[in-house]
Design a protein around this ligand. Structure first.
Ligand code: 3PG
Length: 306
């Protein structure tokens, strides 16, 4: 059995060591393809792999077709919008994710970004504090819940919206449920986005929501760039010169947005939310275990394609 780890953005070495142990203890072989720059490298490497472990790497129909022996793709992480689920299903390939394994790392980054934006990118001017501010959490999944936990320590007032999460779960976390998205934006000094990129959510956050935010608000996106309507974002930031935007991974029009809005915006050059040793170990080892459990025992608990 050959398990290919293909990561354009590599895991920490300590995570790869742990994954290698899991794979070799099961009598399988681990193959590593890191920092590849061409899709051709992935197509060649996947040709004889039984399992493919990836991060945000794009697994499209070509990659699935090139994986002649491929039985499973594990996305070591939460969001699987980078995998062509239909192509995988048609080829009889299981696609799994590792929910929750990197969520604390992403949630901690939300506060790294929040403090940095509240302090004007540490540019020497006077900023604001998080204590007492109203935090809105858009989607109360694993990351959203970790954000709420940390926000309590900052002394924030926390509200969240999530049609899929029972209000009792929010109440137990000390979070006020909100059922109207525009209302959540209108009342949040800091709004943190945690929705996945799906057909319904792509481009769903635009001018009307952003311009509804209160004076001096900060919008933080550690989810996906695709959920933002960039024309709407630019229009809202032009109209509301008090609003700031920080995102973990640059928007498509990053240069234009940065030149228009200077210190009011900040973007990480690569997706950094899950880029910690701990998250890499948690998600990487979970992915390796899931790949082995599927190949040896058909374990399909975390399957995301039908
Ligand atoms: C996720 O969906 O798990 C996060 O966005 C992390 O993505 P990454 O593995 O590319 O860092």
């Amino acid at each position: 059995m050959k398990i290919l780890i293909a990561t354009e953005k590599p895991f920490a070495a300590v995570a790869v060591d742990g994954m290698r142990n899991v794979v070799e203890e099961a009598g399988a072989e681990l193959v590593l393809l890191e920092k590849y720059t061409e899709k051709a490298a992935l197509l060649a490497a996947v040709a004889d792999a039984d399992a493919l472990i990836i991060r945000s790497d794009k697994v499209d129909a070509d990659v699935i077709a090139a994986g002649k022996k491929l039985k499973i793709v594990v996305r070591a992480g939460a969001g699987y919008d980078n995998v062509d689920l239909e192509a995988a299903t048609a080829a009889g390939v299981s696609v799994q994710n590792t929910p929750g394994q990197n969520s604390n790392a992403v949630a901690e980054l939300v506060f790294g970004l929040a403090v940095m934006m509240a302090r004007n990118l540490y540019n020497g001017t006077s900023g604001t504090e998080l204590k007492g501010k109203r935090l809105g959490i858009q989607a109360f999944g694993q990351v959203g819940r970790n954000v709420a936990r940390i926000a309590r320590g900052f002394g924030m007032q926390i509200s969240a919206i999530d049609p899929y999460c029972p209000e009792a779960v929010m109440a137990e976390a000390g979070v006020t449920p909100c059922t109207d998205l525009k209302q959540l934006y209108a009342q949040s000094d800091i709004l943190s986005i945690h929705i996945p990129a799906t057909a319904e959510t792509r481009g769903s956050i635009g001018h009307d929501l952003i311009a509804a935010m209160p004076k001096g608000a900060i919008l933080i996106n550690t989810a996906r760039k695709e959920v933002i309507d960039e024309d709407g974002l630019i229009a809202a930031l032009k109209e509301r010169t008090d609003i700031k935007y920080a995102a973990d991974v640059a928007p498509s029009r990053a240069e234009e947005i940065a030149s228009l809005f200077g210190d009011r915006v900040f973007f990480t050059p690569k997706k950094m939310g899950a880029q910690t040793a701990e998250a890499n170990i948690n998600a990487g080892i979970a992915a390796a275990r899931q790949a082995i459990a599927f190949l040896t025992a058909g374990e399909d608990k975390f399957r995301v394609n039908k």
